[in-house]
Structures are given as C-alpha cells and as structure tokens.
Design a protein around this ligand. Structure first.
Ligand code: PLP
Length: 390
C-alpha cells in the first residue's frame, strides 16, 4: 500500500497505544486499572444532555454554518468576557471538533513550510505531529521538574531563531498539571510580541485549576493584541464532554476566516446537536465543575503523597488531572526507559500508565488521577511495589 511521504515521520498516538495494550490484556481476562486516562470519570451534566435531546426533538439535525451556530460563537465570546474580562464577539470565535481540531486548524493556517514552532517540553503528545503535518519544524524548549516544568524567557530566547514563527503554550499542562501565573503568561506574551512570534495558548483545562492558584489566561492580552495570540478552549475536560467533540478558539477575525476555510473543505461544521449542548454548557450553571474540582483536589493530594513517598521528584500540580514524577532512578536493566517500565508495570501488576517519552521526557511517567479514590490508592500501591520493591 502506498502511503504519502508526509505520514512517514508521524507516530501513532502513544496514549492510544497504551490503551490498546490494556484492552488486549483485559480481553485475556486480566484485571487492568487504567491511570492512563485523559478524561474525567464524571458524566456529562444533565442540563447539557437535556439540551442535546431537545435539539434532536426539534429537528436541529442539519448542516450549520462552518464556524458554528451564531449563538454558540456568542456563548464562547461571553465565556471569555465572564471569566477573563476580555471584550470580544462571536466573529472572533470558531467551533471545531474538540480542542484537537482547533489546534490542527491553527497550525495549518499559521505555519509555512520550514517555519520553526517552539514547543516547551514536556508537551502534549499531538503538538509535534501536528507541526510536522503543517510542514513546520519542531523546536523543543526543555523544562525541568525543579522549575515546575515552566519555560523561562531565557529558555525561549535560547531556542529562538529568525525562522521562529509560533510558540505553543499549554497551561494547565498535560502531562505535568503545572500552570503559569497571569504575570508569567503576560511576560512570555510580551517577549513573543517583541520578536514577532505568534502564541497558540492551549487552555483546554482552564476551568480545572485548584485554589489557591488563580486561573490565568491570555484572553485579556488577546483583546489588546488580537493579531498575536489565539486562545484554544474546549468543553471536553471541564464539562466531561470528551466524546461530544467540541472545542473553540478565540482569534482574530482573519484567522477565524482562514480556519473556517480549512474546516469548510475538510469536516464542515461540528455536529449540530453537540453545538446546542455546548451552548447549554457554556451558559452555566457551573456548580458541577466546582464539585468535580473538589474530587480532583482530594485525589491530587492523595496521589502526590504516595508518589513523593517513593522518593520521586514531582512538582505539585495546580491544575488538570495529571502528575508527572521523575522516576528514572527506578529504571532497571530489564526496564531501562519509561516505555519499558510502563510495559513492566502493566504486565506485572495490571496498571496502565503513559510513558514520559510520549511527552518528550523519558525520565518521567504520567499518572492520571481521573479515577475514584479507592482505585487510585490501589493502583498506586501496586505501582509502588514494582518501582521500590515495597
Ligand atoms: N490540548 C491538551 C493539552 C489536551 O490534553 C487535549 C486532550 O487530551 C487536547 C488539547 C484536545 O482536547 P479535545 O479532546 O477537546 O480535542
């Protein structure tokens, strides 16, 4: 079978590969606990489901405008005004199939062949593949656990060249859960602006930030400099809507038009019913998110205590639902890297995790705490036995 050269360098998603291996073992009758999940373990809020049912009953089942129905685009604009004080309007919003398609469309619209895209590492698994598909060059900017996995201006400056065109920022981060403060985001935005670098700010976990950390966003900065930033959001994580596929961008009107052109020739509008559900989600009530956050804070603290109890270095995250400890001190001759160690853990004690190599840091392993407390403690106790022998 002849497959295009473009795909030769693209790796399949590592998270999906772990899930496939776990499924295989389950099919063999093994009991497997997955801490590899990238989605909340809660249901979609009832009022969101009700809005979808009403849309179906009303026959709202046809094509819609490519960038989304006006009321949803307005709801996105209002969201950024409500939470971040950014004055904007529906023309600056585009609705796509999850945060993932928003990111893909943005990179396709912004990157020319050979342009360099700065990606702080560790990074979310799909950024490098998307940059490659857009024929850009990935330039990774390393960060360390000691710095809470946050890039500094010095680090960015060392990676910058004349070809740098885009920086992808992600806060709260997948895989680390670490977050930039408002001041840090603004400092990076000022540096990028000075150097003519466009920022894609991936904020899909923006509602999952834990007190006392203050939620931060580049939305307000976007209002002042709309040609220099695009904000990426989604209902997947904060509204437990991963399967519905709804993400959005806040961007300059010209960029929204460019992204619509790509979307119009590839996927058209997202599901019409999902759009009505998304309007209900974005319009509130928001208590459901607060309840979910309470559980996540408790589980984060539980997991953090157990993992650091192994003697592992691990910044305590302020958002999302992941921990990204440094575990290479436990690698062995038969499990010398993160992928081999994850396979060993899966085979020996039936716990699925994602190797740090998938996120650009082989010293680490990603733990998701989007499971109930009992399962989390059970899984971590088992992993601890493999790693420390205790
Ligand atoms: N950005 C980050 C950092 C993510 O973790 C994810 C999903 O895991 C996405 C974007 C894509 O989100 P969605 O499921 O809405 O496409």
């Amino acid at each position: 079978m002849k497959i295009s050269d473009r795909l030769a360098a693209i790796k399949p998603s590592a998270t999906l590969a772990v899930n496939a291996k776990a499924q295989e073992l389950r099919a063999q009758g093994r009991e497997i606990i997955s801490l590899a999940v990238g989605q909340p373990d809660f249901g979609t809020p009832q009022h969101v489901c009700d809005a979808a049912k009403a849309a179906m009953d009303e026959g709202f089942t046809r094509y819609t405008p490519v960038p989304g129905i006006p009321e949803l685009r307005e709801a996105v604009a209002e969201y950024y005004t409500k939470f971040y004080g950014a004055k904007t309007c529906g023309d600056n919003a585009i609705i796509s199939n999850g945060g993932k398609q928003v990111l893909y469309n943005l990179l396709m619209a912004l990157v020319n062949p050979g342009d360099e895209v700065l990606i702080p590492a560790p990074y979310w698994v799909s950024y490098p593949a998307m940059v490659q598909l857009a024929q850009g060059e990935c330039v990774f900017v390393p960060t360390t656990a000691d710095d809470d996995y946050l890039v500094t201006i010095e680090g960015l400056e060392a990676a910058r060249t004349d070809k740098t065109s885009v920086l992808i920022l992600n806060s709260p981060s997948n895989p680390t859960g670490c977050c930039y403060t408002q001041a840090q985001l603004e400092e990076i935005a000022a540096w990028a602006r000075k150097n003519g670098i466009f920022i894609i700010s991936d904020e899909v976990y923006d509602r999952l930030v834990y007190a006392p950390f203050e939620p931060a966003s580049l939305a307000k900065t976007w209002e002042a400099y709309p040609e220099t930033i695009a904000i990426v959001g989604a209902l997947s994580k904060s509204f437990c809507m991963t399967g519905w596929r709804v993400g959005y961008a806040l961007a300059h009107e010209d960029l929204v038009k460019a992204m619509s052109k790509i979307q119009g020739q590839s996927t058209s509008n997202i599901n019409s019913i999902t759009q009505k559900a998304a309007v209900a989600g974005l319009s509130g009530p928001w208590e459901i998110v607060d309840e979910m956050k309470e559980s996540f804070v408790r589980r984060r603290d539980l997991a953090y205590e157990i993992i650091t109890g192994w003697g592992a270095k691990c910044p305590k995250p302020d958002g999302a639902f992941y921990l990204f400890p440094v575990l290479d001190q436990f690698y062995t001759e038969d499990a010398p890297d993160s992928a081999a160690m994850c396979t060993k853990i899966l085979e020996e004690v039936g716990v699925a995790l994602v190797p740090g190599s998938a996120f650009g840091d082989d010293k680490c392993i990603r733990f998701s705490y989007a499971v109930d407390d009992e399962t989390l403690i059970d899984a971590l106790t088992k992993v601890g036995k493999v790693l420390t022998g205790k």
